[in-house]
Design a protein around this ligand. Structure first.
Ligand SMILES: O=C(CO)[C@H](O)[C@H](O)COP(=O)(O)O
Length: 221
């Protein structure tokens, strides 16, 4: 049976009460915390940095923190987030001049490494670094903002990515991010994803536990 993970994106949380919000989604059944880092350079938005990640660890968050870097360049941020308590660190290949080296850097700092592909990017940039990956994240919206609609063409790319991972025989998680809801999660899982980032579908719900349970029920079906 697939070990599905649900990772609420704190991009849609109430930043004025971030610690409580993270506690609430974890108590509601979330597995990971997805942490979106935007620099107003790689993407047209600005969010949070390593100090906030460290503050969540100090607050007592023990769950894996899945840091998605939407920044350019990446290496300094990798070092800072590793120090700040990140579990996974993922970045976009076009944001690093030396992708293989940046992936090695993440692992050398004791974190799990991943690459993120935008909706229009093919799988070529991951093919020759598969053995450096703990996770492959496919964006199903253009990065920068929460609350966008899932881009259906991502389903085909997910199937290709699942095949690539299965053929490699490596232990690589396949994560999807953008427009994931209780209504489409089963179809996304059927296409090969095992890790689901959801921001607005969870944080905009009146009851976080109900939203997460609905996703798990859909996954089990
Ligand atoms: O990386 C992101 C945007 O760049 C967000 O994680 C993503 O969009 C999640 O939000 P939602 O579930 O509301 O689509």
């Amino acid at each position: 049976m697939t070990d599905y993970k649900i990772a609420p994106s704190i991009l849609s949380a109430n930043f004025a009460r971030l610690g409580e919000e993270v506690d609430a989604v974890l108590e509601a059944g979330a597995d990971w915390v997805h942490f979106d880092v935007m620099d107003n350079h790689y993407v047209p938005n600005l969010t949070i940095g390593p100090m906030v990640c460290q503050a969540l660890r100090k607050h007592g968050v023990k769950a894996p923190i899945d840091v998605h870097l939407m920044v350019e360049p990446v290496d300094d941020m990798i070092r800072m987030f590793a120090d700040a308590g990140a579990t996974y660190i993922t970045f976009h290949p076009e944001a690093s001049r030396h992708v293989d080296r940046s992936l090695q850097l993440i692992r050398s700092l004791g974190c799990k490494a991943g690459l993120v592909l935008n909706p229009a990017s093919g799988l070529d940039s991951v093919r020759y670094v598969m053995d450096r990956l703990d996770m492959l994240l496919l964006m199903s919206v253009n990065p920068g903002f929460g609350g966008q609609k899932f881009i259906p063409a991502t389903l085909g790319k997910l199937r290709e990515a699942r095949q690539l991972i299965d053929d490699s025989g490596l232990d690589i998680r396949l994560e999807i991010d953008g427009g994931v809801t209780g209504q489409n999660i089963a179809e996304i899982a059927a296409a090969g994803a095992d890790t689901f980032v959801a921001g607005s579908a969870i944080f905009n719900a009146d009851d976080y536990a109900e939203a997460i349970t609905a996703m798990r029920t859909a996954l089990e079906s």
